[in-house]
Design a protein around this ligand. Structure first.
Ligand code: AHR
Length: 339
C-alpha cells in the first residue's frame, strides 16, 4: 500500500500540474487538509467530436486506504484505456465536488463520474449536466436523485455488506453480546446502508445489541478517537466492534491495545473493505473478519463511459462481486490481495 500511495501521489501531482497548465490558471487554495489537487477550475471547452473519450471524475478525497486504491484504479485504467481524464479531489467537501462537476460541464467532457460524498444535494448540478447532454455515472456511492438524472451506478450492495457483517459478528460472539458501531461519514450512502443492513440482520439475534454508535468519518484517526470514548463510557462491556470500514477498525484496534485489551480476542473486530492493512491485522490475530468492498472500479467505469459515448444502452447498476475474509485464512488470502 505504501508503494501504491507513493505512485498515487506522484500521479496526482502530475495530473494537477498538467491540468493547471492547460487551464492557464493558478491553483486555488485548499479548502481543507489533504494533498490532492484542488477542484479543477473552469477552462477552455473540450473539442466535442474528438474521437478520444474525455471524462471528468469528481473524487471524494483521500480519507482511507480503500479510497486511495479506487483513485489508483481510475488513474491507471484511464492511462491503459487511452482516456483523457480530468480528475478532481474534493477534499471531503460536497461543494468542491459540485464545483468540479460544473467545471467539467464547461469543459464539455463526454461523461462525468462522481463518487458522491453524501447522498443528498445533487439535483441541481446533475440537471445542469443533463441539460448540457452529459451523462452522469455514480461511482461507488449512490446519490438520492431521480433515475433520469444519472445513467448508471457502479458499485457495491452496501446493505448486503452490513447484513453479512452482522452474521459474522453473531458467529464470533456465539449470538450474544454488546457491540459498538463506528459509522462512516454521516449522510454517505455507504454509511447509511451499512448501518441499515446490520440493524435489519440484528433483529434475528435477540441477545446481541448495539450499545453505542457514532461516526468516525471513515478515517483511522477518528475511529481511534471514538473507540477511546466508547471504552471509557462502557468499561468491560464491549464484546464486538462493527466498523463501516477497515481504516476505522484499525484505529479502534489501536485504542483497544492502548486500553490494555486484546483486539480480536477480548473484543472481536468486524469491518468492511478488505484493504491489505486489515489482512495484516488479521494475520497478527488483532482483527477477525473483513467484508470485501471492491474499489478497483476503473476498468468498469471507463467501459460504461465508452458505451455511453457510443450511444449504447448501459445497465442502471453494475454490481461488484465481493467476498468475506476471515482471520483463519488471512495469511493465505493476503498473498493475492490487490489493494
Ligand atoms: O464508499 C466506499 C467507502 O468509502 C469505503 O468503505 C471507505 O473505506 C471509503 O472511504
Amino acid at each position: 500500500m505504501k508503494i501504491m500511495k507513493k505512485i498515487l501521489s506522484i500521479l496526482l501531482v502530475v495530473m494537477m500540474v498538467v491540468g493547471l497548465a492547460a487551464c492557464g490558471q493558478e491553483a486555488q487554495p485548499a479548502a481543507t487538509g489533504g494533498n490532492g489537487p484542488n477542484p479543477a477550475a473552469p477552462s477552455e471547452p473540450a473539442q466535442k467530436g474528438n474521437d478520444r473519450l474525455v471524462v471528468g471524475f469528481a473524487q471524494i478525497g483521500q480519507e482511507s486506504g480503500w479510497r486511495d486504491a479506487e483513485t489508483w484504479s481510475i488513474l491507471n485504467a484511464a492511462e491503459e484505456m487511452g482516456v483523457d481524464l480530468k480528475f478532481s479531489d474534493g477534499q471531503q467537501k460536497q461543494e468542491n465536488q459540485i464545483k468540479a462537476i460544473r467545471s467539467f460541464i464547461q469543459q464539455g467532457v463526454d461523461v462525468i463520474g462522481v463518487a458522491p460524498v453524501v447522498e443528498t444535494g445533487w439535483e441541481t448540478v446533475f440537471k445542469e449536466a443533463k441539460d448540457a447532454g452529459i451523462p452522469i455515472v455514480l461511482v461507488d456511492r449512490m446519490a438520492a436523485v431521480s433515475d433520469d438524472l444519472y445513467a448508471c451506478f457502479i458499485g457495491s450492495d452496501f446493505i448486503l455488506e452490513g447484513q453479512n457483517a452482522c452474521k459474522e459478528m453473531a458467529r464470533l460472539l456465539n449470538n450474544k453480546g454488546n457491540i459498538v458501531e463506528l459509522q462512516g461519514t454521516v449522510g454517505a450512502s455507504a454509511a447509511t446502508d451499512r448501518m441499515k443492513g446490520f440493524a435489519e440482520e440484528l433483529k434475528n439475534y435477540p441477545d446481541m445489541k448495539i450499545i453505542a454508535s457514532q461516526t468516525g468519518d471513515f478515517t483511522r484517526a477518528k475511529g481511534k478517537e471514538v473507540m477511546e470514548a466508547f471504552l471509557k463510557a462502557h468499561p468491560g462491556e464491549i464484546n464486538g466492534v462493527y466498523a463501516h470500514n477497515d481504516d476505522m477498525a484499525l484505529g479502534a484496534i489501536e485504542a483497544i491495545k492502548d486500553a490494555g485489551l486484546k483486539p480480536g480476542v477480548d473484543i472481536k473486530i468486524v469491518s468492511i473493505d478488505g484493504v491489505k492493512a486489515i489482512f495484516e491485522a488479521m494475520v497478527a490475530g488483532e482483527a477477525n473478519v473483513t467484508v470485501e468492498c471492491n474499489p478497483l472500479l476503473g476498468p468498469q467505469f471507463f467501459q460504461v463511459c465508452k458505451d455511453l459515448k457510443e450511444g449504447k444502452q448501459v445497465p442502471k447498476w453494475v454490481k461488484s462481486e465481493e467476498g468475506i475474509y476471515r482471520q483463519e485464512t488471512a495469511a493465505e488470502d493476503i498473498k493475492t490481495r490487490k489493494y
